[in-house]
Structure formats: structure tokens, C-alpha cells
Design a protein around this ligand. Sequence first.
Ligand SMILES: NC(=O)c1ccc[n+]([C@@H]2O[C@H](COP(=O)([O-])OP(=O)(O)OC[C@H]3O[C@@H](n4cnc5c(N)ncnc54)[C@H](O)[C@@H]3O)[C@@H](O)[C@H]2O)c1
Ligand SMILES: N[C@@H](CCO)C(=O)O
Ligand code: NA
Length: 428
Amino acid sequence: MRVALLGCGTVGGEVARLLTEQADELAARAGTAVELAGIAVRRPDKHPELPPELLTADAEKLVTSDDVDVVVELVGGIEPVRGWLVAALKAGKSVVTANKALLAEHSADLFEAADAAGADLYFEAAVAGAIPLLRPLRESLAGDRITRVMGIVNGTTNYILSAMDSTGAGYAETLDEASRLGYAEADPTADVDGYDAASKAAILASLAFHTRVTASDVHREGIADVTASDLAAARGLGRTVKLLAICERVTDDDGVESVSARVHPVMIPRSHQLAGVGGAFNAVYVEADAAGELMFYGQGAGGAPTASAVLGDLVAVARNLVAGGRGPRESAHAALPVRPMGQTPTRYHVSLSVADRAGVLAQVAQAFAGHGVSIAAVRQSDVGDRASLVVVTHQAPDAALQSTVDEIAKLDVVHEVVSVMRVEGEDQ
Ligand SMILES: NC(=O)c1ccc[n+]([C@@H]2O[C@H](COP(=O)([O-])OP(=O)(O)OC[C@H]3O[C@@H](n4cnc5c(N)ncnc54)[C@H](O)[C@@H]3O)[C@@H](O)[C@H]2O)c1
Ligand SMILES: N[C@@H](CCO)C(=O)O
Ligand code: NA
């Protein structure tokens, strides 16, 4: 099987190395030799470590070359990559990619081109790096009914939140430290503003619920507004804060099903499996009707871990080629509607600094009741002439919770809204 490698950076460099170093073993496992036919990079003169006869700056030409069976795309971004991969698939070449941004926007185009030509499309590395997650969703759990996929799918933000939790420091200084140590990229926008996690959520929701979900369907909030006070409030409740991707099957009162996909900071109990996931690790929790609860954990990024997932996909493509078959196609038959965030059931934690006098609690409680939001727990403690009031709600539509908080913030008796955050998991 002849491989065109597009991009030879952090991940592509490791793929090239492993393809060369493990050529014999890969051939034995795949049932055919897996050989590099060419490597497209932006600047061939910058890659003295690679065989010059394989290098080219012309990816567009390489992907449809007669000498190529499969294209491994590790460049990233949407264009020109989308065009190259559609052309490759139309020409019957299978594609292996780690490009979550592209898949979250254009997987329909790619799958349609793959189907038309009978080619394979694999992308295990696009979500949670080395962790086998997409193959379990596409294949192992194909006979089950998945109800929820929830997890930590961005290492950079998990590193920052874990550090804020352990040091008590604020967001800005922790981000600076993460950049200095190389845990955050020079431009951390895609990570800290939740774009990276939202792309991954779109891919996960599409596979889990057999529905086309794109990044624009995913409600997205990053971690830039998470404060030291939020972490302190969480600690006070035996909780911590994580940036979670949450993909759920929601059934409304009429029995109508929809899909909710969202990325935002969440307070979870310290006893929750996801709370113990520290540093740059990823972990994803899957719930299915028959299987029950499953947990996937490991390295979600890095050259070698991500290359492991890419090589696994390459072996799968090679085996399909040898057997004369194909891997799984797109499965979007359910075509469920995507539920807007405002109508998605969530729970809130609200921490307030209020005046300590008669009737204050009643006014706050009235605001919740007025929006149809039921309170699960209230805790009050005195701080000088003020009181700290912590309210945790039952589930309500997110829009109702948001309106409640807006109203409470305007009450004269409320001095400050200290922390507002969605919560998941059972109370202690
Ligand atoms: N780095 C990770 O840990 C990680 C993890 C999971 C997924 N990914 C995904 O893998 C992909 C690659 O990421 P990376 O970290 O290796 O990126 P990188 O920036 O290290 O490498 C990108 C490579 O693409 C090459 N390139 C850019 N434009 C090109 C062009 N026009 N023609 C040919 N080559 C071109 C660059 O020269 C470079 O070699 C991205 O889609 C990324 O989202 C990365
Ligand atoms: N920037 C991503 C890389 C893996 O997709 C992260 O921090 O997890
Ligand atoms: Na993966």
C-alpha cells in the first residue's frame, strides 16, 4: 500500500519515523507492505532528515498520483486541505486524517466523496489523540444505543484548570505559565476559547447519535472567564471545574428526541471519574443502554501518541485493501434535530454575596421560582455584615437559568454574583 503523507510537523514527523522504523511489523500486521510514496511539506529544503526523492511542495498533485493508495493528512486547517482530500477520495484513494477542524465542518463532503469512489475515511487521531474512542463509537458500540458522551477532550485547558485548582491562581497568570512551559500554544485561542473542543464534540455527537452535527451546532464557552473565585466556590462544595464536551440524547415530554452538543466549564464532584484527570490528559465517559458506563483515558495530544492513532487507521485501511472490502461508512440515518442551548436541561451553581437581613433569601428564592427553576440546595454562611449564599438548582432549561441569574444580579440585596457555573454529577 503506497502512502502519501501530507504535512511533516509534530504528528507527521512521528508518522514518517514509525512507518520507516516499524516497516516489517506493519507489513506483517497489515498483510501488505505499507510504504511512503511521497511527503508533501510547505518547504522541502527545511527537511534534511527526510529522503529527498520523497519530498514535494505540491500536495495537490501528490494526492491523485497513480502511485498512491492512501493519503495521510497531517497539515491541519480547512482550505486547501478540504479540496485535496475530496480530490483524493474522488480518485479512489482512502484518507486518514487527524484534522478535527475539517471533519467538524465538512465531514459530509468527505464521506460523500468516499462513498462515491468506495474509499475509506478514518480519523481516530482527530479526537482525544491516542485514545481509541472513534473506533469504539463507530464499530464496537454500533449495536448499542448511546445516550451520552461526556469528557475532557482538550489537554491545554485541562492543564490550566488543574493548575488553577491546585495553586489557587487566576486564569491569566496560569495561562502565562502554561505558555512558558510549552503546554499552551503561542496562539492559544483555539484551545482556551473552546473551538478545539467544540470541533471534537461535533465529531463525537455525529458518531454517537448517527446524526450530522457540525461545529456551529455546538454551544461553545471557553475557560477565559473562569476565575479563582469559581475554583474556590467549587472547592467549598467538594467540587472542581473542568472544561467538558457534553453530547447528549435529550428526550422531551412528548417523547421527541434531539441531540445536545456543548462545550463549557462545569463544576463536577471531586469523586467523579473525570475530576481526577489532571494535567494534559484526556478522558471521555460514554453511556449506552446495554453497555452501561464506559470510560476512555489517555494522552490526547503529542506527536507520538497521535501518530499511534494514525498508524492504527493506516493498518485498518491496508487490511481493507487486502481483503477487498471497506471500513465503516458515514452513519447519519437518525438525522436527529439539534437542540438549542437555551432549551437544553442543565443545572446551575450560583454563589452570591448578599445583605444579611430578613427577606433576602425569600427574594432570591422568588427569582428562581419566577422562572420555574427548582432549588436543590441552599447554603448560607455569614461573612461580616454580608452573607455568602450558595444555591444549586435542579435541572431546568438553560435559558430559564440564565434569566434567573440576570434577574438576581439586579436585586438591591445582592452585592455581588461571585460565581455562576453549570454543574454535573450527584451532590455529595
Ligand atoms: N499536535 C498534536 O498533538 C495533535 C493532536 C491531535 C490532532 N492533531 C492534528 O494533526 C494535524 C497536524 O498537527 P501538527 O501538530 O503536526 O501540526 P504542525 O504545524 O506541527 O505540522 C503541520 C505540517 O503541515 C505542513 N504544511 C503546512 N502547509 C502545507 C502545505 N500547503 N503543503 C504541504 N504541507 C504543508 C507544515 O510544513 C508542517 O510540516 C492538525 O490537523 C492537528 O489538529 C495534532
Ligand atoms: N490543542 C489540543 C491538541 C489535541 O487536539 C489540546 O490541547 O488538546
Ligand atoms: Na483518538
